[in-house]
Design a protein. Structure first.
Length: 140
């Protein structure tokens, strides 16, 4: 798969090699406070997303942080923190940065769903089914 971006600075011929190198280094990263891995997995975009729209706008690498580790809230907004690793002491209600094998998603409802959603990819269709929409976009 060839990646093209008006925002990229990496020579397309080096893209795959650089992604492999970054993913390998992320998984090898050790949290100095715990001595444990900081990242369990680093997914290439095409391995994490199957929807073409997600591939077009998603990151090149999706980081699956280990339990107790994550990026700072500021980094998600483009900020750069002084410390690479900090304690995650804030109130936690959910995270999109975790390794899904460590913190799987859970959906709680007050009633059975009309259409089951066993995977996150099935959730949009299940929500639409609750409103009587079985096909999106609707047939003309």
């Amino acid at each position: 798969m060839a990646f093209t971006s008006i925002y990229g600075i990496v020579d397309p011929a080096q893209h795959e090699r650089l992604m492999d190198e970054i993913a390998k280094e992320l998984v090898a990263a050790i949290d100095p406070a715990t001595g444990k891995p900081a990242v369990n997995k680093a997914f290439k975009c095409e391995d994490a997303y199957k929807n073409r729209g997600q591939l077009d706008v998603g990151p090149d690498i999706v980081v699956g942080y280990a339990k107790g580790t994550r990026c700072s809230n500021e980094s998600a907004l483009g900020g750069v923190e002084r410390d690479v690793y900090t304690n995650n002491t804030g109130m936690w209600s959910g995270d999109h940065c975790m390794d899904p094998d460590v913190v799987p998603g859970v959906l709680f409802t007050s009633r059975p769903l009309k259409k089951p959603a066993a995977r996150l990819q099935d959730l949009a269709a299940a929500i639409l089914a609750e409103f009587g929409i079985e096909r999106f976009p609707p047939r003309e």
